[in-house]
Design a protein around this ligand. Structure first.
Ligand code: PLP
Length: 570
């Protein structure tokens, strides 16, 4: 029996998943539903024993690599010593120590520290704090920003599509363009006294890794000072060495009023976040009116302390892990930029800093055929590329959240040069394949395949695609089509497989395999088509030529096939 998604979705119909079935279906659709059973350093191993290089590190949160020895030892020691994890409101020893250690590192002097569990929770704390302290209602943030998915953080997020369907949003959230200090100056001149704080990411991560002008944060600092507005720097993604220095804002020589951390803070093992507040912005009203049951977890904070120490400790010949990451990050960035020069048709831009990189992919258009048009239209193209990279090179990447065609490369900081080379080489090999045979490569990567030995799974089976945005434009017909009977050996399934039911764009034209594409129950459904096994591109070279007869794509050799003026040939 094949392990194709056709079979998986059939199971899902009789045995519904309790854990977010829609998301499961989407990840299955994109071939991003592997089951990992072991993690060590940059490596993740799946249930079948296949090892993958993790180059996205849980959205950058696995800073030291999976199950980092330093963190494990600290946690094991805490558990061995029976350190109580949860003792609020009494003093949590490791939480106190971590708060002090973090406060000492943040540029700009003494700090208060409020712990939470998620990044969004730290953002919520900061929103409450700046309003309580200033008495001003408005929180300003940057267009394109991402601050989390709870309601306040979502309202502060500068990407409207994340809010769709969740309104009404709390009032008092506004945006200015990112990277544009003049726009901020203009707004503060006019409305400064209404504005409590400006929330900003030193590098916008989820919007596709956007690096602002070099003097941006310094100018923002001056403007906030001038208008009594708090500068809240969201380093949930950029902090803890991700972009080079411990804090990106420190690298820019700027002291924030409030600094937010999460992701890697729990050492890759625990959910842990921190809101670090300068004395001048501390508020007793906030202090006594904000708390959370799971804050100040002693064991999580022991992991955080070990993580901080590991970042500062010598690593692989470098004076610190931070220095190591900076050097490998520059090397990785060089490699990615080389790929952009080599594949300008596929890679539009490469952006990043430290070990936070993005490849902006050239988006497929509707004219590229049904499959690629669909992937492009639904913002799934980068997911398909990530799936194909996992399949072809055993390298894991993920798109950034707010963007349609941006692939994020953000490996653990312990990645070495050889492993960074493996990421670049794997991507290079994949891009070469995409250039030659985009459709087949993506279909295979996503697992949209079925085995020849399991024809029932092929004919008539449906794959429910995720809900589509309303499609207003007409999908143009492919420019060129002919029947394709592709086949190749799938080493995972251990047999010959057939790619099913879709237009597939290749370098020399389009393959067509009779999809049925319709809307059902509010979803777009791609019904896997029939095979025209006997016709089409019989020599399987992707080029219509004298060996191929079935030029009108009907699976039957007939007079249309030999007539070059045949209107049915498109
Ligand atoms: C800059 C930034 N802020 C906030 C968040 C939200 O963090 P969490 O997902 O832990 O709530 C994220 C998550 O990606 C982020 O990148």
């Amino acid at each position: 029996m094949s392990a194709s998604p056709v079979t998986r979705s059939a199971h899902a119909a009789v045995d519904p998943e309790p854990n977010n079935p829609e998301l499961r279906r989407l990840t299955a659709l994109c071939g991003l539903d592997r089951r990992f059973v072991r993690g060590e350093g940059v490596w993740l191993t799946d249930a079948a024993g296949r090892r993958f290089l993790d180059a996205y590190a849980q959205y950058g949160a696995v800073v030291l690599g999976h199950n980092a020895p330093a963190v494990r030892e600290a946690v094991e020691a805490a558990l061995r010593d029976r350190v109580p994890a949860m003792v609020q409101p009494h003093e949590a020893v490791h939480a106190e120590a971590l708060g002090r250690a973090l406060a000492a590192e943040v540029p700009g002097g003494p700090r208060r520290c409020v712990f939470g569990t998620s990044g969004a929770e730290a953002v919520e704390a900061a929103i409450k704090l700046v309003r309580a302290r200033s008495g001003r209602p408005v929180v300003l943030s940057a267009a394109g920003s991402f601050h989390g998915r709870t309601l306040g953080a979502l309202a502060a997020t500068g990407q409207a599509h994340h809010r769709e369907g969740f309104g009404p949003m709390p009032p008092g959230f506004e945006t200015v363009p990112y990277g544009d200090a003049d726009a901020l100056a203009y707004r503060l001149e006019r409305e400064g006294e209404r504005i409590a704080a400006f929330f900003v990411e030193p590098v916008q991560g989820e919007s596709g890794v956007h690096v602002p002008p070099a003097d941006y944060l310094a100018r923002v600092r001056t403007l906030c000072d001038r208008h009594g507005v708090a500068l809240v720097v969201d380093e949930i993604q950029t902090g803890l060495g991700r972009t080079g220095p411990l804090f990106a804002v420190g690298g820019a020589g700027v002291a924030p009023d409030v600094l937010l951390l999460a992701k890697g803070l729990g050492g890759g093992l625990f959910p842990l976040s921190a809101c670090l507040v300068a004395d001048a912005w501390w508020s007793p009203r906030f202090a006594l009116g904000h708390s959370s049951t799971f804050a100040n977890n002693n064991v999580a904070c022991a992991a955080g302390l070990a993580m901080l120490r590991a970042l500062a400790a010598p690593h692989a010949g470098a004076p610190s892990l931070l220095a190591h990451a900076m050097a490998v990050g520059a090397h990785l960035g060089d490699g990615l930029r080389r790929l952009q020069r080599r594949f300008p048709d596929l890679v539009r831009d490469v952006r990043g800093r430290g070990l936070l990189w993005a490849l902006e992919l050239e988006a497929p258009a509707d004219q590229d055929g049904l499959l690629l048009g669909y992937l492009g239209h639904q913002g799934l193209y980068a997911y398909a590329v990530a799936a194909a990279l996992a399949e072809t090179a055993s390298v894991l990447t993920l798109p950034t959240l707010g963007t349609r065609h941006v692939l994020r490369v953000a490996p653990p900081l312990v990645i070495d040069r050889a492993q960074a080379n493996a990421v670049v080489d794997g991507l290079g090999d994949l891009l070469a394949r995409l250039q030659e045979r985009m459709g087949e490569t993506l279909l295979r990567g996503m697992g949209w395949t079925a085995t020849e030995a399991d024809p029932d799974a092929v004919h008539g089976a449906c794959v429910a695609l995720p809900p589509a945005a309303p499609r207003t434009e007409v999908v143009p017909a492919p420019r060129k089509g002919y029947v394709w009977t592709p086949g190749y050996w799938d080493y995972r399934a251990g047999r010959h497989i057939w790619v099913q039911g879709t237009y597939v764009r290749e370098r020399h034209g389009y393959h067509y395999a009779e999809p049925r594409w319709h809307e059902r129950d509010g979803r777009w459904v791609l019904e896997r088509g029939h095979w025209s096994r006997g016709g089409g591109d019989r020599d399987h070279d992707g080029v219509p030529n004298r060996y191929d007869r079935d030029r009108d794509n009907d699976g039957v050799p007939n007079r249309y096939d030999s007539n070059p003026n045949n209107p049915r040939r498109n």
